[in-house]
Design a protein around this ligand. Sequence first.
Ligand code: NAD
Length: 485
Amino acid sequence: MDNALPCIRNYIAGELATPRARAALLDNVNPASGQVYSQLVDSTDEDLQAAVAAAQSALPGWRAMDIAARARHLEKVADLIERDLDRFAAAECEDNGKPLALARAVDIPRAVDNFRFFARAITQFASESHAMGERAINYTLRAPLGIVGCISPWNLPLYLFTWKIAPALAAGNCVIAKPSEVTPKTAALLAETCIEAGLPAGVLNILHGRGSGIGNAIVTHPDIKAISFTGGTATGARIAAQAAPQFKKLSLELGGKNPTLVFADCDWDKTLDGVLRSAFANQGQICLCGSRIYVERSIYADFKAALLQRISQLRIGDPLTDVDQGALVSAAHMHKVLGAIETARAEGGEILCGGQQRQVDGRCNGGFFVEPTLIEGLPLDSQTNQQEIFGPVATIQPFEGEEQALQLANGTGYGLAASVWSENLSRSHRIAGRLDFGIVWVNCWLQRDLRTPFGGMKNSGVGREGGWEALRFFTEPKNVCIDFG
Ligand code: NAD
């Protein structure tokens, strides 16, 4: 153990747990500098047992608590995250490499919104009743599941962590949550916040460590009744297989290879802004990023030139400064993205811009920066157009007419999100109905209303989160039928 580095600890039974004597520690790297700046506990089964025991003893009190009181606890957590916005944003930037301004404007406010939204939603959550004339009445009870597991990725660390934790807690469950081992810091700050907010001990437990270790242990623990997972498709498949023998309830939010359809009748400037953002926001590391850009042939050459011009203006560099793009999350991920660009070259793709690691001087000398990259000339069945790259890399290609646009858009194994850019209302509705994606944006991208169902079709996942969908997932319905005939 390197005693000079701060150590991120687990949050169990309302306290930050002192790591066991011979606890294994993982290094936590700042992707902008390439330097190790803290360590985290790689949790074991023993830690999980302690967390499950804490959750078990907290459960009766939490599930029986008056809904308004439970909601007030969540509101308090939201208020404190909001108060500490700067601290949380700085931690997210340091851990993930994303621009500080993005963490301040999006990641942390969204985490606040998640707690606030579900604190309020639970007070409005009602269940159905079905009258059978003068004979009988049915009503549905929706009870919390008990102890649930929430496992999240590194790209929007606190935002996606709280997206799961908040509805699980609101619905009356106790939670064992695991953030990505690559970005544990804001989860550690959340633990401190929960302590200050007076969240009852054991209601939320946060365990750090590797997915193959503690993540797998959470998935297979018999007392954990459901798993809400966001991450890669291959990991989701593994989790589904491991959870199946216990018939656990699963919500899987997985990868995407999202198409962007640009029609000749689009609003030119709005579309260029939207397409640029959707391809490269957060260094292209958002499951919803539009990484396949299809443009109607009549405007293809002009649109491509205008897009390249905008890409050339993107500022890449130290995420603490005023930049559009920071570092990728890790050296391993950077090499994976650079490898995918090499594959595109080998497949015959023309690299229109970018295509390389970007050297940034000063404190970011050892950082993991990749130039925004646009690739042309690859068929739909190329690996580049079929596999998620999850970096600042997009392909561009012309299409002719709605049918071809749909065939290209729907032609991968994924089905998370699509965006359509057209001022023709009839066309937009027609196409939205035929796109095989869980989310379709028309003339916008990443416009989110937390009440809407969120999730993907095909290899992009199973189930939906958000709004009532999340509260239904985290509760067990029971029908009661009373005969009074
Ligand atoms: P990942 O699948 O490698 O890891 C996600 C989380 O799962 C991490 O906490 C990890 O430790 C854990 N994990 C890994 N193996 C596990 C196992 N066997 N059992 C239990 N837990 C395990 O994904 P990542 O690299 O962190 O994130 C990037 C991926 O996430 C991309 O594919 C992206 O598309 C996807 N993603 C999807 C959404 C969505 O809402 N659909 C949102 C964000 C990211």
